[in-house]
Design a protein around this ligand. Sequence first.
Ligand code: SAH
Ligand code: SF4
Ligand code: F3S
Length: 444
Amino acid sequence: METKAKLYIETYGCQMNVADSEVVVSILKEKGYEITEDIQMADVILVNTCSIRENAEQRVWGRLDVFRQIKKKKPELTVGVIGCMAERLKEKLIEEEKTVDIVVGPDAYRDLPNLLENAESGHKGVNVILSREETYADISPVRLDKNHISAFVSIMRGCNNMCSYCIVPYVRGAERSRDPKSIINEVTELLEKGYKEVTLIGQNVDSYNWKDEKNEKVSFSQLLEMVALINPALRVRFSTSHPKDLSDDVLHTMSKHPNICKHIHLPAQSGSTRVLELMKRGYTREWYLDRIKAIKIILPDCSISTDLMTGFSGETEEDHSETLSLMRQVIYDFAYMFKYSERPNTFASRHLKDDILESIKTRRLTEIIDLQNELSAKSKKEDLGKTFEVLVEGYSKKSKDYLYGRTSQNKVVVFPRKNYNIGDYVQVEIIDCTSATLIGESVI
Ligand code: SAH
Ligand code: SF4
Ligand code: F3S
């Protein structure tokens, strides 16, 4: 019997890449590849990459060093770089790192079997063609998550926003929405397999806009409702919302369906209208705060998280203090915070100077992280004494006697296992908290 070629895949970057790796595995399994979690056993190593900040790319270069060592001992090994960094650097990747055999961009994964076959016979290959149509709608992703409780479902690809600092539109191409029928099918299949939660993902889910042959439209709030109606026991999340496009319609749909989780990730980037304009974000501080107000009125128990960037071109101390004041005003439950990293060929790299000293970027970043730690602690303290429905996702890292899961608000809760199992919905009263987690006791 012929043994199957073994594929090892490593994923960096955002949820889109996590979902794409599952598409890639599906495409290759179909062609007879078998997944391995042991890199030493691999016949093919694929690394799905991110270009969002320079350090994201540095990490991948570091991994390529490791793969080179493995290949020294095993010359027949094929190494492929896929994803956003593949798209950005194209054949340069092969020129600079001889270990690399194939380079495949995010819209060219259907060509992987062919490129791998050629690589086996010694021909290196590059396919970085971006598409206006590709959504991999017909491919049923092979889930790589451990617990089989929660899955990402990609509803759109690409981005049309062209924020001045951002590489995504260049490496992911133009925005396109996926056929809602294929989304519903995928979610239904997940439910049948025992999944309890789906997260609908895209770079800007609010601009989801499907038109069918008869020109009938499906908006994001309609899609959200369709997914929520599949089964009331299935939790529905989504990410990322864009402040310029987040509509009251979406908020009302969330309020109507208890199974749509009450959490919105609304990246602000900066609290200064002047900086937002330079970033080409398409909204002002006032507009952003109006959206926050709408969330707080329509969804009083909704948590809010964000992305923030410090040290963008020309950011003054005053701009920075406006970011701090925005944070205090919103009281974010959680935030991802970054130093601005100039990306080649973006609008900002061509027209704006990366003129904030590294030491100042770092100091400002520390200030926003410190403030966010305070706000996160405050948000957790407010949960003490409250009872939440927690979807159990797994065992606590520290002890098998404890389970962990998340509330609708996306906060992590750890509590004693008793007779509960992974996948259960449990009512948990919050009795304590650490900096990152809520600690509770099941009730009833
Ligand atoms: N589509 C999402 C974000 C995708 S990228 C949105 O518009 O909100 C995730 C986050 O990375 C961004 O929100 C931003 O905070 C950060 N980011 C993007 N480009 C960056 C850059 N050049 N330097 C530093 N951080 C960046
Ligand atoms: Fe990048 Fe802006 Fe698109 Fe988000 S909305 S992916 S930040 S261009
Ligand atoms: Fe990175 Fe690409 Fe996502 S650049 S953040 S992996 S879309």
